[in-house]
Design a protein around this ligand. Structure first.
Ligand SMILES: C[S@@+](CC[C@H](N)C(=O)[O-])C[C@H]1O[C@@H](n2cnc3c(N)ncnc32)[C@H](O)[C@@H]1O
Length: 297
């Protein structure tokens, strides 16, 4: 799925491993589902080799100006599902209509709902048995979001969250070499960061700080682990990101008949690096960059 961005594949694999013990029960919500591909794969769904995460993109010429190139959809989008997941999710929620259209094409969500996660959520109190989210840290006020997620969860229900640890910004090249030092020789790292740190990772917190937010929202922690150590974050921070638009135009010019064998060769080569890195990335270490929590109400 992510052959042109292997760093994304490694991150997603480690997220799926981290949330192994979590099961969706009752009415379920994927809060910030995006194109749905992550949750679909996590649920055991599989795609044919002819499909990848890059099938529908646009504005690649503005990639370095921090545009979301995946926010694109038309009727030609066809996710080539090879096998269906072992369960469905009741509701996929996101604020980007194009991503929700991609998610709906998977036939994995019973319903997709467009809305703003920064606003009061358009759901009744006590209306979900289980919630997954890896976007709470992209939002303006995590404490308010947690209180909303707590409100819509049934008593005894479960929430699984991926949240950044305070070490995440320290591991970023952009943050440690430029944002903190203001040393102009590293200004070009803005092109690598693409707004991720300035916009999205602002909510990195220690385990204690996250627990305080959960307590205030009436939620208790039933599971906590940490994953994504420094070396994996550093590999991800660069990855194939610098060359992504150029790789996309090169792939677009390849004979479609030859593409599957080229893709297979890439994936075989990438495994030599991805397999040992993912083995390192699974270590549950207090300094790792992400927390995985399961919360109950
Ligand atoms: C890192 S992506 C994760 C998407 C998906 N869960 C996945 O793992 O692929 C973050 C998602 O959060 C969504 N998002 C960001 N801000 C939002 C907001 N204010 N309300 C709803 N969704 C939002 C984005 O549209 C995007 O799909």
């Amino acid at each position: 799925m992510f052959w042109l961005r292997p760093e994304t594949a490694i991150w997603r694999y480690l997220d799926i491993e981290a949330m192994k013990g979590f099961e969706f029960e009752g009415r379920s919500l994927d809060f910030g589902c995006g194109d749905g591909v992550f949750s679909f794969i996590r649920a055991g769904g599989r795609f044919s080799a002819g499909f990848d995460a890059f099938q529908k993109t646009e504005k690649l010429d503005r990639f370095y100006q921090n545009v979301d190139v995946y926010d694109s959809y038309d009727e030609s989008y066809d996710p080539l599902v090879a096998s269906s997941p072992s369960y469905q999710i009741s509701v996929g929620f996101d604020h980007k209509a194009n991503l929700l259209r991609k998610a709906a094409a998977l036939n994995f969500y019973k319903e997709t709902i467009e809305g703003d996660g920064n606003a009061p959520l358009p759901f009744d109190s006590n209306s979900f048995g289980s919630i997954f989210s890896n976007i709470v840290y992209w939002l303006d006020n995590p404490a308010e979001v947690m209180s909303e997620l707590g409100r819509i969860l049934v008593p005894g229900g479960k929430i699984c969250l991926m949240l950044p640890n305070e070490t995440l910004p320290q591991f970023s090249f952009y943050n440690s070499l430029y944002a903190k030092t203001k040393d102009e020789q590293w200004k070009w790292l803005e092109l690598l960061d693409r707004g991720r740190l300035s916009d999205n990772i602002k909510q990195s917190k220690s385990d204690d700080a996250w627990r305080e937010i959960f307590r205030s929202a009436g939620l208790s922690v039933s599971h906590h682990s940490q994953h994504l150590p420094k070396v994996v974050i550093q590999a991800w921070d660069i990855g194939f990101r610098p060359m992504f638009p150029a790789l996309m135009s090169m792939v677009a010019s390849v004979d479609p008949q030859k593409l599957p064998s080229i893709k297979a060769e890439w994936v075989d080569a990438l495994r030599m690096f991805a397999n040992p890195l993912t083995a390192i990335g699974q270590k549950n270490d207090g300094s790792s960059a992400f927390h995985c929590y399961v919360l109950t109400k």
